[in-house]
Write a protein that binds this ligand. Structure first.
Ligand SMILES: [Zn+2]
Ligand SMILES: [Zn+2]
Length: 148
């Protein structure tokens, strides 16, 4: 049996990840402490801006923005925890995309899955009636749709 070991991406120490972590337990604990510190800083300074928070708490801006994107500061008194949607640029306060884009992206993924499913069903039917192998018919279905 092999034991997975990994270099902590923060302190470079070797550790054994339990479920795919990129940083060692020591660094994780430190990060959690830092997150707590950042959160209580916002509680203690209602109405501050993101920059004031980063400067005042001494936390890395990367950590602060990650917390903002996770929605940890919603309704928290942090004044300008806003950034553009990754797709349309609309100003949002949590997640990677605005509601509209998130909905559209989800719909597209669903449509794609449905299209693939109906192609597969059609190919299966064709295979049954024509005596061709399933993969032959699947290939036909795929190339037909491509040339269309
Ligand atoms: Zn570490
Ligand atoms: Zn958007």
């Amino acid at each position: 049996m092999t034991i997975n070991i990994r270099n902590c991406s923060r302190c470079k120490r070797i550790f054994v990840p339990v479920s795919g972590e990129k940083i060692c337990p020591d660094c994780r604990a430190e990060e959690l402490k830092l997150e707590d510190h950042v959160k209580s800083y916002v509680r203690d300074h209602p109405g501050i801006t993101v920059n004031q928070l980063i400067e005042g708490s001494g936390a890395p801006s990367k950590l602060v923005w990650r917390m903002i994107m996770q929605g940890q500061f919603e309704n928290s008194g942090l004044r300008d925890a806003k950034y553009p949607c990754g797709n349309c640029g609309k100003i949002i306060t949590r997640g990677a995309y605005c509601d509209e884009c998130a909905g559209k992206l989800k719909q597209n993924a669903q449509k794609f899955a449905e299209a693939m499913n109906s192609k597969r069903r059609a190919a299966e039917k064709k295979a049954q009636s024509s005596g061709k192998t399933f993969s032959d018919s699947m290939y036909d279905a795929m190339s037909n749709s491509r040339s269309r």
